[in-house]
Design a protein around this ligand. Structure first.
Ligand code: SF4
Ligand code: SF4
Length: 188
């Protein structure tokens, strides 16, 4: 009798396969050693730890994964993938999961990161570079955090960290093309 050889990546559910296709990461390679979580700077206060996220992906728990705060709060610091004996690229997984979460309209309500990302990208799309003062004002208004960190504003203004007029870089049509291609999931 011939022994069947099954590639580990082929035994995952739909979510694991989709994540692998979108990110290039290999969630099914994880054997839950938890080394990623012991070095992760956000594991102590996020709603999931890195190894828990990978396990949920393995178990095809789409709703729990796409609605988690953790996928947004990951700082992409690369500590987990550096420590992982299986080289599971959790930050790349989180990039893919954020895109999936946003496109399905299920981003966690307990985090302002999706809103910040939206305002940041809008500023870059319009101006070619981020306009810090405009970004801060729009974020504070829309997140209803008007007075959070307000005490720092005078010092930042005095040091020229918040210029009153925003940058305007040429190449708007090029930027529009890049954003369009990114939205379509590709490019050349
Ligand atoms: S370090 Fe790698 S193998 Fe270990 S739990 Fe984390 S992802 Fe899985
Ligand atoms: S990349 Fe994200 S998940 Fe990995 S250690 Fe850094 S914050 Fe944690």
């Amino acid at each position: 009798m011939t022994a069947a050889i099954v590639e580990l990546e082929e035994v995952g559910g739909r979510l694991a396969l989709e994540v692998k296709e979108r990110s290039g990461a290999a969630p099914m390679s994880c054997y839950q050693c938890t080394k990623c979580s012991s070095g992760c700077p956000v594991a102590g206060w996020a709603d999931l730890k890195p190894h828990e996220l990978v396990r949920l992906v393995q178990m095809n728990q789409r709703k729990a994964v796409l609605r988690s705060r953790f996928i947004w709060e990951c700082t992409s610091c690369q500590t987990c993938v550096t420590r992982c004996p299986q080289k599971v690229d959790i930050p790349a997984m989180n990039d893919a999961l954020r895109a999936m979460s946003a496109s399905e309209g299920v981003a966690a309500s307990g985090t302002a990161v999706p809103l910040f990302n939206e305002i940041f990208l809008k500023s870059v799309r319009k101006r070619g570079r981020v306009y810090e003062l405009g970004l801060m004002a729009a974020f504070k208004l829309r997140s209803i955090r008007l007075f959070e960190d307000a005490a720092k504003a005078p010092m930042m203004l005095a040091k020229g960290k918040l210029p009153l007029s925003g940058p305007q870089v040429a190449g708007r049509s090029e930027r529009e093309r890049m954003f369009r291609e990114a939205a379509e999931g590709g490019g050349e």
